[in-house]
Write a protein that binds this ligand. Sequence first.
Ligand code: ATP
Length: 203
Amino acid sequence: MRIKRLDITGFKSFMERSVFTFDEGVTGIVGPNGCGKSNVVDAIRWVMGEQSAKNLRGRGMEDVIFNGSENKPPLSMAEVSLTFIVDETDQLSPQYQGFSEVTVTRRLFRNGDSEYLINKTQCRLLDITELFLGTGVGTKAYSIIEQGRVGLIVSSKPEDRRHLLEEAAGVTKYKARRKAAERKMEATDANLLRVTDITNELE
Ligand code: ATP
């Protein structure tokens, strides 16, 4: 998967719609202190499903919505869309296989409502998380290596390092599915127990 394009509207310092296109090779973002370079990375992290305001350098999630400047009023909604070019080696969930591009969108309204979309169709946060599992992309993967993270990876516990290797190998997706299946089996066992109790009561 490769990032092709980022659309930001009303997110942090980006009041007006701003579009970033990423060509092959390395893209650098330069600008004076405080101009919003890190906000671009925050936008990428946010649209991929980040749930921690702290990881986005804010106190609450509403801090990501443009809160006004000297001559511009605050906005009521933040929206970010991130478009990926899909490679045939990407092991996407069956419903997205065959797509050459995937766009994920996240919206947050000041009243707290939020929306997630994949290719303009509304979905759950879980669908976005699952879309990225095993691709190396995502909030808990290694696609964003911020300052200090390399040192942290080198000095981290073997189990934590293993998680990164499993993500790179595409194993995390299967582990998550296995966990979900185990939860379903536990729920089914509980239901069966309840049915047995009711049958015993009736006999
Ligand atoms: P540096 O080079 O110093 O690291 P930077 O270019 O990475 O800076 P950012 O940290 O991305 O800059 O952006 C900081 C700016 O974003 C500040 O001017 C701050 O006021 C603005 N900002 C953050 N959140 C909002 C918001 N919700 N509404 C409006 N502006 C915001």
